[in-house]
Design a protein around this ligand. Structure first.
Ligand SMILES: Cc1ncc(COP(=O)(O)O)c(C=O)c1O
Length: 422
């Protein structure tokens, strides 16, 4: 891990004026009732740097046309912009453009696999293995698939430290019926960083296909899809400083080649006759209709921005801030953090409960102090059941946060306890 240099853009300007990374995000020049924005909800969606906003606007203003259809110069500019975005996005995570498919979001990327691969490969007597820490996006598509195909859906347990057990994974795979193992790279509730490379290798050795939900990982740590060995890797643009409306699915070429399309219509065909059609080559076979062109351009700008910051740096920054957040949260009486105790084992977030105050009230009290945090089940209701709670509050950090944001949260929590007479 490279040391964080003195002049690192993550370091607060010594004069006290926040500069560097934060200054790249125009939303932080807003104020909320006289208070600055303290945004600790990046796990839900990140804020956008000016370069992304500019790339979107520039594309729409100067280069807008549909792709793959026009011979005129403007259409070719749009084609080039879309292709270039795919090349950048693929390179950012060590993937190939041909096997990098643009979708609407991570949810659609996972559904693509559940429908196009799952319907052809999972049948009665087979099993899909997921974990208790999955986001609904990586639960419900498998529930529907298994119900439809007469397969069973099994869950790897999460232990008291919010971790999975590789021995338990081995035991599940040894049953011999697992066709697909799907798991989060980083949990959006516990923060746990799962040992993805070990898990995909074990799945593969057992003859199962692996799918990794990287929605929380790609925005905050270096990810090399090929090195991780996942057959499918899904993520979403809006959490990675990009626009909404764009997600990404990387797939292993041999598997994608054999798969039937997910959605059908324009652009995904090679030719269409009255009764039948043949499919376009990868990745277009899986991109039916007009794709999210401007959104792809925006995501291309986002990953370029992150690449320039350096993902090792981003991870070091968020890990240090998470360690600080865990330390400070421990000062609040009655506060219980869920997930791995050590910051090295978790991504940039902490979910917690506060004795005597419902998580929704915690979020509301924080909001009164201008601090944005999330409360609820975080689209992980099965996990909430395992944790024995209906909801948690969650604070999550991004490249633009610093210690003062964490301090503002702690002050709000301490003041909130007083409001509740605790
Ligand atoms: C771990 C995880 N997976 C999947 C998703 C779904 O992302 P999207 O709503 O962009 O499809 C999220 C979003 O919160 C997430 O945290």
């Amino acid at each position: 891990m490279p040391p964080v240099a003195e002049n690192d853009r993550f370091v607060e300007n010594p004069s006290g004026v926040r500069a560097g990374v934060r200054g790249d995000f125009p939303i932080f020049s807003r104020d909320f009732g006289g208070r600055p924005l303290v945004y600790l909800d990046s796990a839900a969606s990140s804020q956008k740097p000016q370069v992304v906003i500019d790339a979107l606007a520039d594309h729409l203003r100067n280069h807008n046309a549909n792709v793959h259809r026009g011979v005129y110069a403007l259409a070719q500019e749009a084609d080039a912009a879309y292709d270039d975005a795919r090349t950048r996005v693929a390179a950012f995570v060590g993937a190939q453009p041909r096997t990098t498919i643009f979708t609407k979001n991570a949810t659609e990327a996972i559904n693509l696999v559940a429908y196009a691969w799952g319907r052809a490969n999972v049948g009665a007597g087979d099993a899909v293995l997921i974990t208790q820490m999955e986001h609904h996006a990586n639960v419900v598509p498998w529930q529907v698939l298994c119900r439809e195909r007469g397969a069973s859906l099994r869950y790897l347990e999460v232990d008291e430290h919010g971790e999975l057990s590789l021995a338990a994974l081995d035991a599940e795979l040894a049953r011999g019926d697992v066709r697909l193992a799907a798991f989060a790279h980083v949990s959006n509730v516990l923060g746990t960083i799962n040992p993805v490379a070990e898990m995909t290798a074990r799945a593969r050795a057992a003859g199962a296909v692996s799918l990794v939900d990287g929605a929380q990982a790609v925005p905050q740590m270096p990810v090399d899809v090929e090195a991780l060995g996942a057959d499918f890797y899904a993520w979403t643009g809006h959490k990675a400083l990009g626009p909404t409306g764009i997600g990404v699915l990387h797939g292993r070429v041999e598997i994608l080649e054999r798969m039937e399309p997910f959605l059908t219509g324009g652009d995904m065909i090679a030719s269409v006759d009255f009764q039948s059609a043949t499919w376009n080559e990868l990745p277009y076979k899986f991109e039916a209709g007009t794709p999210p062109i401007a959104e792809a351009v925006g995501l291309g700008a986002a990953v370029e921005y992150l690449r320039t910051l350096g993902m090792e740096r981003v991870r070091a920054h968020e890990r240090a801030l998470t360690a600080y957040m865990l330390e400070r949260l421990a000062e609040v009486p009655g506060l219980r953090v869920v997930g791995p105790p050590a910051a090295e084992r978790r991504g940039g977030l902490a979910s917690f409960t506060l004795e005597g105050i419902h998580p929704h009230d915690v979020a509301e009290l924080a909001d009164r102090a201008g601090v944005c945090i999330r409360a609820g089940h975080h689209c992980a209701q099965p996990l909430m059941r395992c944790l024995g709670v209906s909801a948690t509050a969650r604070a999550s950090v991004g490249v633009y946060n610093d210690r003062s944001d964490v301090d503002a949260l702690i002050d709000a929590l301490v003041a909130g306890r007083e409001v509740f007479g605790l």
